[in-house]
Design a binder for this molecule. Structure first.
Ligand code: SF4
Length: 222
């Protein structure tokens, strides 16, 4: 159940049309019936979801055109979710190991999940302007999570976006397991992105994901 500030952020995100290129992309993806035949697409920006008492925020790059843009929930119905959600379940942050659709019964315990850019960019590459237009939603969600202690940044692009969002010079280098205290308070924790490219090539393995999420829990519980 969401409380006031998070509901206000959600309403603002879902109604947003600030990025013309991404509005076009999310609606065109919904019209591409070849990707997931017969699916009814959300085709709106995807807000964060999870536990309002979250101490850990797991943050990705952007909404997937045929994942969150289809299902309406971040990390739902795409290959990244297939790798990440079992690890979230093993770490005790997710009630189940799969994330398929908004009515699948998944709930998060102590965690919040979202992407920096809430609409699907072509080629999964947002422009700097698109990133900057969406950063206020990240700041607003972080501000609305009073118990937050750790932000897990999935990938170097996300790591840099968080540093920009919270104006955090010097800019420490991204790495898997890297840690940096943000001026706003939470600790930033790096993790390779659970993309199919990374998981299929062994760049990111299940034990590596478990290590980072275990560290996130340790930091959150400290
Ligand atoms: S990417 Fe963010 S700022 Fe741009 S239209 Fe989507 S929700 Fe709005």
């Amino acid at each position: 159940m969401k409380r006031g500030p998070l509901s206000a952020v959600e309403a603002a995100v879902v109604g947003c049309r600030r990025c013309p290129r991404l509005v076009t992309r999310r609606e065109e993806a919904a019209d591409d019936s070849r990707a997931v035949p017969g699916a009814a697409y959300w085709a709106r920006p995807v807000p964060g979801f999870g536990d309002p008492a979250a101490r850990v925020f797991v943050l990705g790059l952007a909404t997937a055109a045929h994942g969150g843009n289809r299902t309406g929930r971040a990390f739902t119905g795409n290959p990244s979710a297939d790798s990440l959600m079992p690890a979230m379940h093993r770490a005790g942050f997710a009630s189940r190991a799969t994330s398929e659709h908004r009515g699948d019964g998944l709930h998060l315990d102590g965690a919040w999940m979202a992407s920096v850019v809430r609409c699907p960019p072509p080629g999964n590459r947002p422009t700097p302007g698109e990133r900057d237009r969406c950063l206020p939603y990240l700041r607003a969600e972080v501000a609305a999570l009073p118990a937050l202690r750790v932000i897990v940044a999935l990938g170097g692009w996300t790591w840099s976006a968080v540093l920009k969002a919270f104006d955090a010079p010097p800019r420490p280098r991204f790495g898997h397991g890297a840690e940096h205290r943000l001026p706003a308070g939470p600790l930033l924790l790096g993790c390779y992105h659970p993309s199919r490219q990374n998981t299929a090539t062994g760049v990111l393995t299940a034990p590596m994901l478990d290590d980072v999420l275990g560290r996130a829990r340790e930091l959150a519980d400290a």
